[in-house]
Design a protein around this ligand. Sequence first.
Ligand SMILES: NC(=O)c1ccc[n+]([C@@H]2O[C@H](COP(=O)([O-])OP(=O)(O)OC[C@H]3O[C@@H](n4cnc5c(N)ncnc54)[C@H](OP(=O)(O)O)[C@@H]3O)[C@@H](O)[C@H]2O)c1
Length: 300
Amino acid sequence: METVLITGATGTIGGQLIPLLIQNGYAIRILTRNKTKGAINTAIYEWDIEKNYIEEGALEGVDHIIHLAGSSVSERWTSKRKQQILDSRIKAANLLFQHSNHPLKTFISASGISYYGTKTVDKIFKEEDIIKFNQSDFLAYVTHNWEKAADQFASKADRVIKVRTPVVMSKTGGALERIAKPIKMYVGSPLGTGKQWIPWVHIDDLCKAYLTAIQHHNLSGAINVSAPEHITNKSLTKAIAKKLKRPILLPKVPGFILRLLFGKMAAIVLKGSRVDGSKITQFDFDYKYKTISSALDDLL
Ligand SMILES: NC(=O)c1ccc[n+]([C@@H]2O[C@H](COP(=O)([O-])OP(=O)(O)OC[C@H]3O[C@@H](n4cnc5c(N)ncnc54)[C@H](OP(=O)(O)O)[C@@H]3O)[C@@H](O)[C@H]2O)c1
């Protein structure tokens, strides 16, 4: 039985990935800041990134590491918060690297589609595109450095995979809950111009992609895991309203209001470009939820 160590396993994605990996015959260890959180049928180890601490034995005999840990990016970006966002991903990966002293089969890191830059352009981005990001684009800076930290593992693991993740649609704990809430309360409306693209994926497809990444020995490097249907902020708002049988009564929320309320973090919802999620389909992977309507049928 192969062992998978997962960081950030107690979050939204980990919560659904763990049972899928267990069903597929993997033994799971989780690395958490707080052992009392736990997860059923897993071995639990503690770490403290600030103190450079990983509990003894956590990495012993591990075949695969999945690095999901990351402090939320959807809270106002104070300088303290920005440091947490960076450290929980990059310093954490460096700490894993220092402590892993035997060969691994795979090192898989979460990454974000903000790798391509927080902007709205016509281009549909692919994994091999060379990206020069604007230095003031904080999320692009985070993802580039996060992937660089993952790439160190090329010297210790047979394969390094970076899962460039868009907005994950899930029943609870994710963006959909936050977007649907005002619509349910009859105060939903598109944000900014509403024309910004929102790459997205259903959580089941994302978890299946992590399983594919572990199982498929020819898969390596960056992969976009993003559903084939491209939607804008406006079309998503309308699709949710239709599913919830609510009208959209209010005008669009102007971008400057969001920037006043949330500072630079507002860029997350005001900007967005399309990504091509087809690379992974070359590895016996098919998106179950190809359209936003099918995903919302399942989730709402
Ligand atoms: N969900 C999305 O829409 C989405 C989109 C793009 C990328 N991603 C990336 O995918 C990864 C997993 O996403 P998720 O939605 O499952 O995230 P989540 O629900 O916010 O959970 C992330 C986990 O990271 C750990 N964590 C949080 N703050 C930390 C800190 N300051 N230091 C160390 N660990 C910390 C926590 O685990 P413990 O409390 O157990 O330590 C937490 O359960 C994240 O890196 C995220 O950026 C997610």
